[in-house]
Design a protein around this ligand. Structure first.
Ligand code: SAM
Length: 362
């Protein structure tokens, strides 16, 4: 454990240092966040680290240069930032990354943030994980008040899994999922649909997930970040096509179910389970966007697919009070774009955005 983490753990101990910032105070609540298109911002995704113990080929280059640890916000600063967003109307908080469960002391952050669940200020505290650390943390997550988690898993074939993640062990993830379900966590599987990689396996993945009582959400591969050789262009598989193919084998019924995220769901009649489709490229999922994304260095991205960003670290550190921070958040929300315009650039074979998913938080 490095010195920053030790300091975080001490200062975040609620017994020695109870939270004192204004979501925890009586006092006037800051203004809710409404963007220029009248969308209320109620969902914050936080990339607590850009590091990951896997290197999925569509997400990261093999030799990724990660941020120097000194640039990271401390866990206490992340807590203060998240709490400021809760005070401004965020009802759902998702920890992501990188791999959130590889950040040292991250459970202290979860535990501290769970006070907002207890107070009723927050509806949901959750995470997106690759599952490798779930055996270790599932019971604690459940104890803290986490109810549902997303586990990313693109294949059930151990060799393919190793090839996609560059060195991952499928058994470890499956064991993590077992631990999560045994702990009483509701698990949703997220899989990126990749032409020529797992397209033939999607019906099996669906049957497996639903057979274990887990929803499955499919995601279109997005052209984010330099990953070395650009294979995503050939691997891009429109989910409209996947849906048509799945409909040849399964009865897909449109349903109204929403999780507060960008997926649209159908019920699969034969399995009784839900299938989510996240279609950033074939269908614009921006109209009802209620999300903003915070990086582990305190940069706020107003859109996954645009460069618009605001630095919140400076106002956070400039003052013990939150006034400057709230003003910076309000200014940022005034610039939230209407939507993104990802393009799969077949001609130049380059990513639409230089930023990796692991930085902004997937
Ligand atoms: N490490 C955690 C995990 O694996 O779930 C959280 C971070 S990861 C960046 C979040 C999600 O983003 C994963 O489901 C991953 O498959 C997805 N992802 C990463 N790069 C992507 C890309 N270029 N296009 C679509 N999805 C991507």
């Amino acid at each position: 454990m490095d010195s920053t983490d030790v300091m975080d753990l001490k200062t975040m101990d609620p017994k020695t240092n109870p939270p004192t910032r204004d979501i925890d105070h009586a006092g006037p609540r800051p203004q809710p966040m409404i963007d220029p298109f009248a969308r209320a911002i109620t969902y914050l995704r936080v990339s607590v680290t850009d590091r990951c113990d896997l290197r999925c080929v569509y997400c990261m280059a093999e030799n990724m240069a990660f941020l120097p640890k000194a640039d990271l916000l401390t866990l206490e600063e992340l807590d203060r930032l998240c709490s400021a967003f809760v005070a401004k109307g965020v009802r759902k908080l998702r920890m992501t990354g990188g791999e959130p469960l590889v950040r040292r002391g991250v459970m202290t952050l979860f535990r501290s943030l769970s006070r907002h669940l207890q107070s009723g200020a927050l509806d949901e505290l959750t995470l997106t994980t690759n599952g490798t650390q779930l055996r270790k943390y599932a019971a604690e997550l459940k104890d803290i008040g986490v109810k549902r988690i997303n586990v990313s898993l693109d294949t059930l074939d151990a060799d393919k899994f190793r090839a996609i993640t560059r060195w991952g062990d499928l058994d470890k993830v499956l064991d993590g999922i077992d631990a999560a379900q045994a702990a009483g966590l509701q698990v949703k599987i997220n899989a990126v649909a990749l032409q020529g990689v797992n397209d033939d396996e999607l019906p099996a993945l669906l049957t497996w997930a639903h057979g274990r009582g887990m929803d499955l959400t499919l995601i279109e591969v997005m052209p984010l970040g330099d990953i070395g050789e650009e294979r995503r262009i050939d691997q891009y598989l429109p989910l409209s096509m996947v849906r048509t193919r799945l409909a040849e084998r399964f009865t897909l019924e449109d349903i109204d179910y929403r999780t507060g995220g960008p997926a649209r769901f159908v019920r699969v009649k034969e399995t009784g389970g839900r299938l989510g489709l996240i279609t950033p490229l074939t269908h614009n999922f921006c109209e009802s966007c209620n999300r903003v994304r915070l990086t582990c260095t305190g940069t706020l991205y107003m859109c996954l697919g645009q460069e618009d960003a605001a630095d919140l670290r400076a106002p956070l550190r400039a003052s013990e009070a939150n006034d400057l921070l709230y003003a910076a958040i309000d200014e940022a929300i005034r610039h939230k774009p209407k939507g993104h315009d990802f393009v799969i650039d077949r001609r130049h074979k380059r990513p639409a955005l230089g930023r990796h998913m692991s930085v902004t938080g997937g």
